[in-house]
Design a protein around this ligand. Structure first.
Ligand code: G2H
Ligand code: MG
Ligand code: MG
Length: 335
């Protein structure tokens, strides 16, 4: 067979085959599969839970951040370091937004790069008091879109997870929201956040008043936004709302709620934006919109506003069964 004949056969058959495979390659890179990363995230969350369970039972050194109710412990910091160093060792090019790294002065910037958004202990006040709801929250975003979310409710040993487009699970059991459409039949969840200024307190209490007046069946607060929102994904509650949480509190559970068939919107009724610090997660759009109509927001800086998160002088404060010892040490104040 001459070279020319070979060439004509190649151009008829080989080129379409090459085109087909390059199309598949292009499509695969558009729909990158982050399952391996998610499984690794679950693996390290299980290891971090052991650290939290051990520390849960013993005396803790507690420090203050933005307010007398915004607590942090050495375990929060240790667990965040542990998670980030484990991820860096496996995925050296990935980026991070971690609650305690930001508190320590790191910039909060969400780029298009693969980014792990970490709350090492969601529910630190619960952790300090041994109120048994504390969670590890890990979201993973690419092109600013959350690809998977992991919320590990450590004491209950409930591991919630969701991957975009693939459903939500708790300990491998598929989740579904209640689907409730009638606000008067809803059990709501919210949080009493760490804000203690007059405007935030007045808005928060008047929002509770307005919702109870509708009336709704009840309003609960578990002490961890991540678990609160996961309760919507199980159908155990019908809607969650809050103003003032950060991206690390809600990014993972927002995907878990959506993947369980719920809706997640801004408290002003617009599209959810994990940096805006306003969220309604609900069993149905009609319930979400009714809550948006009833509540008011107080102004709070976006998470990605460069003026947000100024490094706070932390206060060391050591607690042991209510006997608090204040001392200043190296720029920290301990409880
Ligand atoms: O304990 P953390 O991480 O500060 O989070 C709180 C936010 O107030 C509960 O979700
Ligand atoms: Mg938190
Ligand atoms: Mg936290």
């Amino acid at each position: 067979m001459s070279l020319e004949e070979l060439h004509s056969i190649f151009s008829v058959f080989a080129l379409p085959i090459f085109d087909l495979s390059s199309n598949i390659l292009r499509r695969t890179s558009r729909m990158a599969d982050w399952t391996e990363c998610m499984n690794y995230g679950i693996h390290i969350a299980r290891e971090a839970r052991e650290v939290i369970l051990h520390a849960f039972r013993i005396k803790k050194a507690v420090m203050l951040k933005s307010s007398p109710a915004d607590l942090v412990t050495e375990t929060d910091q240790r667990v965040e370091r542990m998670l980030i160093s484990a991820i860096k060792a496996k995925y050296p090019h990935h980026k991070f937004i971690g609650e305690e790294s930001v508190a320590a002065g790191e910039k909060l910037i969400l780029t298009d790069s693969p980014t792990w958004i970490i709350d090492p202990i969601d529910g630190t006040a619960n952790f300090v008091h041994r109120f048994p709801f504390v969670a590890i929250s890990i979201a993973f975003a690419v092109n600013k879109q959350t690809e998977f979310g992991i919320v590990y409710s450590c004491i209950e040993d409930k591991l919630y997870s969701a991957q975009r487009g693939r459903g939500a699970f708790c300990n491998d059991i598929p989740l579904a929201t209640s689907g409730q459409e009638d606000i008067t039949k809803c059990l709501l969840v919210t949080e009493i956040g760490a804000e203690r200024d007059q405007l935030a307190l007045a808005t928060m209490t008047s929002n509770i008043h307005r919702l109870l007046e509708i009336p709704v069946h009840g309003i609960r607060a578990v002490g961890t936004a991540a678990v609160d929102m996961c309760l919507i994904s199980t159908g155990g509650a019908d809607a969650y709302y809050h103003i003032g949480m950060h991206c690390w509190d809600i990014a993972a559970s927002a995907l878990i709620v959506s993947e369980a068939g719920g809706v997640v919107i801004d408290t002003n009724g617009s599209e959810f934006d994990m940096m805006a610090r306003r969220v309604i997660a609900a069993s149905s759009m009609s319930v979400a919109r009714r809550i948006a109509q009833a509540i008011q927001a107080f102004p709070c800086e976006r998470d990605d506003d460069p003026r947000a998160h100024p490094q706070k002088a932390q206060i060391e404060h050591s607690t042991d069964s209510g006997n608090d010892v204040h001392k200043k040490a190296g720029g920290h104040r301990r409880l």
